[in-house]
Design a protein around this ligand. Sequence first.
Ligand SMILES: Cc1cc2nc3c(=O)[nH]c(=O)nc-3n(C[C@H](O)[C@H](O)[C@H](O)COP(=O)(O)O)c2cc1C
Length: 209
Amino acid sequence: MKILHIQASPRGPRSRSTMVADHLLTRLAGAVTETLDVFDPLPEFDNAAIEARYAIIHGERADPESVAAWEEIRRLVDHFLSFETLLFTVPMWNFGIPYRLKHYIDLLTQPGLAFSVTPDGNVNGHAAGRTAIIIAAGALDTTPGSPLAGLDHQVAYMQAWLGFIGVGDVHIIRVQPTYGGPEVIEAAMARGYAEAEALAERLSRPSWV
Ligand SMILES: Cc1cc2nc3c(=O)[nH]c(=O)nc-3n(C[C@H](O)[C@H](O)[C@H](O)COP(=O)(O)O)c2cc1C
């Protein structure tokens, strides 16, 4: 199993989502993991990149600056698509995802690279066939059915985006709520670790079982 771990918490070893991700990864025997920290430098997604995007959509030639920006984005998307499993560690920030993860997603989500639109208007996601794991941490409990579920623009957004680029097999582990007394936090971590163990079990099973 070749895993790209997209780390969207800048908190290093203090990150709750990363602790659960590490717990999962150590239980996936034979998995080869590469970590991409979205707080490391990323290419700009600026006017040159957008000019290239629109040139491609309209079948026009782009200027050299836009071509160079597009080539950098193409390398990023090729790298992303070269993994069969995509593990996202995602803290909730202001009900959504950290801005650096959104930056990475804005770079990746390009026509002709991450998705294409068929002549009859259907979207064809180029990440089809891959597995995604979202480890979502948050101070609040926004699990579906809970009173604050309507505030979830974190997991709901990640699921919508993954669906758009074609990923159908999505596993979610929530590490929530991480705000409160030690017993509240310990309980959230214990649930996260238990879910990580169960997922490692499921993913390690031969696919024909
Ligand atoms: C800038 C910022 C914004 C946050 N906004 C929210 C929020 O809207 N809802 C929430 O439940 N928690 C929020 N939190 C708390 C984090 O989601 C929580 O501490 C989580 O455990 C962080 O995950 P991590 O330890 O993996 O970084 C916020 C934290 C920060 C630093």
